[in-house]
Design a protein around this ligand. Structure first.
Ligand code: NAI
Ligand code: MG
Length: 364
């Protein structure tokens, strides 16, 4: 009997439904090619859930996600809900779902496709061979620490607190080592250990567990230096692991190496990235209200998110390779959506791009 994989599909708002529809075509093609069996269940989330259920994250949506093997998410948000109170904002649902599902690690691959090097602001020879993964801690650090305002001697003061415990550091850095083992076996741990106490604990923890991964070449990089090296020698990085705020900034910097936000996939994971682990997969971009409903969105970020799902949750490496090869082939042939097109008049629609990628998928 085929092993049926359950996928919760959350299309969301704006271009979310448009790009998710293309990703679902890819799922269907993978079933045909490899004999997989996916059971998809659609759930309301974000702005549309606020409109229909009065909350961005309905209980039943959470239940559907919890009973699934993986979640595929489009994007949420839009001007319609921007002035709502905090509980009735789509973005609140986003924080809520990550927390409720225990997803503490955000993986963002940045791959530079050869034929898109012209779309980047960096020189092609600098980008050559760039294929890196930022592993960002997602639920700790200064974004979640105690905050306060007070009157000080020199007027009003504001305080943000950065807290990390050893458990939080160990679980994310172990995950990064494991991911590196499945890639080119290089790990850069990024911190500010020359100044910050949380970074010292981070570095001590990484050094303590490093002997468990003797096959991984480890380097410690200070965050300011890492910001420079990402622009100077991006291809020398394999896996970068770092705390929440550094990861937020560095992953956006790494994203810009690739040209368009419409190309970037992400995974949010919990306790494990071993085959069979639960994960939430989504494009890095938002709901793009400026182009929503016009068939202009680039579906590649969402399609590559399916490849990540195959690799990390289902251990379907062969199919993940096929998706990535199909994307590369279609781009090599010169096909472009508007965001990556030089000649916008020849740009493909969202579904035309999806169809071409599906058609290009083949068994190795
Ligand atoms: P955005 O990523 O939606 O759009 C930024 C720019 O990139 C826009 O010009 C948009 O047209 C373009 N763009 C984005 N994705 C594209 C794609 N696939 N193909 C072609 N062009 C694309 O970010 P923005 O405008 O800051 O936010 C819009 C809404 O999305 C807001 O409500 C925001 O809160 C929400 N948002 C949601 C996220 C999520 O669901 N994970 C993440 C980021 C923003
Ligand atoms: Mg950011």
């Amino acid at each position: 009997m085929t092993d049926v994989k359950k996928i919760a599909v959350i299309a969301g708002d704006g271009i979310g439904p448009e790009v998710v529809a293309e990703a679902e075509k890819v799922l269907k093609k993978a079933e045909e090619l490899y004999g997989y069996s996916f059971e998809t269940e659609h759930a309301l989330f974000g702005g549309i859930a606020i409109d229909e259920k009065g909350t961005p994250l309905p209980e039943e949506t959470l239940a559907i996600c919890k009973s699934a093997d993986a979640v595929l998410l489009g994007a949420v948000g839009g001007p319609k809900w921007d002035n709502n109170s905090k509980e009735l904002r789509p973005e609140t649902g986003l924080l809520g779902i990550r927390k409720a599902l225990g997803l503490f690690s955000n993986l963002r691959p940045a791959v530079v496709f050869d034929c898109l090097k012209e779309a980047s602001t960096l020189k092609p020879e600098v980008l050559e061979g760039t294929d890196l993964m930022v592993v960002r801690e997602l639920t700790g650090g200064i974004y979640f620490g105690e905050k306060l305002r007070r009157q000080g001697e020199h007027g009003e003061e504001a305080v943000d607190t950065c807290v990390y415990n050893v458990t939080e550091i160990e679980r994310i850095t172990r995950q990064a080592f494991e991911i590196a083992q499945k890639r080119r076996k290089k790990l850069a741990s990024v911190d500010k250990a020359n100044v910050l106490e949380t970074s010292r604990l981070w570095r001590e923890t990484v050094n303590r567990i490093a002997p468990d991964y003797p096959d991984v070449e480890l380097e410690h990089v200070l965050v300011d230096n890492c910001a420079m090296q990402l622009l100077r020698r991006p291809s020398s990085f394999d896996v970068i692991v770092t705390e929440n705020m550094f990861g937020d900034i560095l992953s956006d910097e790494a994203a810009m190496l690739t040209g368009s936000i419409g190309m970037l996939a992400s995974a949010s994971m919990g306790d494990s990235t071993d085959a069979g682990s639960f994960g939430l997969y989504e494009p890095v971009h938002g709901s793009a209200p400026d182009i929503a409903g016009q068939g202009l969105a680039n579906p590649i970020a969402t399609i590559l998110s399916v490849a990540l799902m195959f690799r990390l949750t289902f251990n379907y490496a062969e199919a993940a390779d096929a998706i990535e090869a199909a994307v590369a082939k279609v781009l090599d042939e010169g096909h472009r959506t508007a965001d990556i097109a030089v000649d916008k008049s020849k740009a493909l629609s969202t579904s035309q791009m999806g169809d071409l990628i599906v058609a290009a998928m083949q068994k190795a």
